[in-house]
Design a protein around this ligand. Structure first.
Ligand code: SAM
Length: 481
């Protein structure tokens, strides 16, 4: 790999000659492939599927792959049973596990395509709420789709500029800023990152990161945790930004306990600020940086924002949002349907309406949702359940992705691997004659893939068109979970 001269120079002076040469050798090797299982969907019942895979030390659900999977041809990938994620960045789960011990309201500020958000959702308690934000219009759709497939109801997707969060002070217990960066840690995964690299871009990123952090700092509660990460090596975008937060604001660095054998590298600037660096020459994964700071002050100092959910005085806001009910009869029948089609396990949900569709959202965050609807541009909330068609509610084609779906509410057809691929290409195949007319849940290895509508002499494939496999080719070697 032809490393930019100035990058090599910087790294050499940062790491010393020996470590720089080790890094350069590591950058010549193939990137490491890894996945993180969705433990709410995929339980390794057969326990053979992950047997041969090496676990990622800092992530219980993470596994290295000796050979990259042919993801496109894995029905379990499409069903949201795992997320393809770079191993080093799974360190987020360890930071959360050590620092957060109760339900929280979390913001993932730069969230697309959803690696950190899906990880937050599986690490935080199910009573938590995660707001996944992405400013980029094209990328936010991918984020929303990935979160639909991940299947959790306790998530809201927003498309806002970081500056918009200035308007909601002290709201979040946890904020993750996985900042846009110069991408040095991605050099061996993405050759474009090498070509785009320049000292000027490092400076630009450094400034943009400070702007993003400044914009969102107000939105963190006193006592709250801000987790900052990049996939780059230089100190301008890393240590210097963390130290700057601690010097300029009421931020205190947070230490994470890491076993020595994980080979995680600390601060490279000679200070003792706890930061966590992943070098491919030392840890198995790509280049990554993470640090956490806590906002000084306890929750008791929380300002009274007069928000409806704060339980304090303040005017209750009525929502001017799109989640208003379609009328008492329809709304009663929608909740009846939700009770049949979903396993609510004693948890309290409210219906949320968008146009002709309705979904479920955790009741304990209902007032917070109302507040967010007024402040932010919300694209998606909770879990889709049904659509109003004619005078009936019909199940949403997204419902099978939800961890709430009640598989006992529908006749199930267990597809073979070949049928699963036909289904995921949104092509038709006949269902056996004994299945009743109506909605049939197509499963593969007991995992719901989607619905077909059985109409006797044929069955309509209801798989969402936007998720379908577009390739008609099948590789000779299939490597799947
Ligand atoms: N957290 C994501 C994950 O784990 O899948 C990856 C996030 S990526 C490193 C950084 C994200 O920041 C990108 O999605 C990018 O669109 C977004 N971004 C770019 N410029 C931004 C800005 N000025 N403010 C906020 N986000 C920005």
């Amino acid at each position: 790999m032809n490393l930019p001269f100035s990058f090599s120079d910087d790294m050499r002076s940062l790491l010393g000659e020996k470590e720089f040469l080790e890094l350069r050798t590591a950058l010549e090797q193939e990137p490491v492939a890894s996945i993180r299982l969705n433990d709410a969907k995929y339980v390794d019942r057969e326990s053979t599927r992950t047997d041969g895979l090496q676990p990622i030390p800092w992530c219980r659900e993470g596994f290295y792959l000796e050979e990259r999977f042919t993801y496109t041809f894995d029905p379990l990938f499409h069903a949201g049973c795992y997320y393809v994620q770079e191993a080093s960045s799974m360190f987020l789960g360890e930071v959360i596990r050590q620092q957060i011990h109760e339900p929280v309201v979390a913001l993932d500020l730069c969230a697309a395509p959803g690696g950190k958000t899906t990880h937050l959702l599986q690490t935080l308690s199910a009573d938590s709420l995660v707001v996944a934000n992405e400013v980029n219009q094209a990328r936010v759709r991918t984020l929303a789709d990935n979160l639909l497939k991940w299947g959790r109801p306790n998530v809201v997707v927003t498309r806002n500029d970081p500056a918009d969060f200035k308007d909601i002070p002290g709201l979040f217990d946890v904020i993750v800023v996985d900042a846009p960066c110069s991408g040095e840690g991605m050099f061996r995964k993405d050759k474009g990152a090498v070509e785009e690299w320049s000292p000027e871009n490092v400076e630009l990123c450094h400034k943009r990161q400070r702007r993003i952090l400044s914009d969102v700092w107000q939105a963190l509660k006193p006592g709250g945790l801000l987790i900052y990460s990049t996939c780059t090596y230089n100190v301008r975008e890393n240590e210097e930004n963390v130290k700057w937060m601690c010097e300029e604001w009421d931020a205190r660095p947070v230490e994470v306990v890491v076993p020595r054998e994980w080979n995680i590298t600390g601060d490279l600037t000679g200070s003792d600020v706890p930061v966590y660096r992943f070098f491919p020459s030392r840890t198995r994964g790509e280049g990554f940086f993470m640090a956490a700071v806590r906002k000084e002050g306890g929750l008791s100092e929380e300002p009274d924002r007069g928000m409806p959910f704060s339980g304090k005085k303040g005017k209750k806001k009525t929502s001017k949002n799109k989640t208003t009910s379609p009328g008492p009869v329809a709304s009663r029948s929608s909740m009846e349907k939700a009770g049949q089609w979903c396993r609510l396990s004693g948890m309290d949900y409210i219906p949320v309406y968008t146009g002709e569709s309705f979904g479920l959202f955790p009741g304990r965050h209902a007032e917070l949702l109302n507040y967010l609807e007024d402040k932010l541009h919300i694209l998606q909330r909770g879990t889709p359940v049904g659509e109003w068609k004619g005078r009936d509610w019909i199940p949403s084609s997204i419902l099978p992705f939800s961890i709430l779906v009640n598989t006992a509410a529908f006749p199930v057809y267990e597809a073979t691997y070949e049928q699963a691929l036909i289904y995921l290409r949104k092509e038709a195949f006949p269902l056996p004659g004994h299945l009743p007319a109506g909605y049939v849940l197509v499963c593969y290895r007991d995992i719901p893939l989607g619905f077909m509508k059985n109409i006797g002499n044929r069955a309509n494939n209801l798989y969402p068109a936007e998720f379908r496999i577009r390739s008609s080719y099948l590789p000779e070697q299939i490597r799947i979970l």
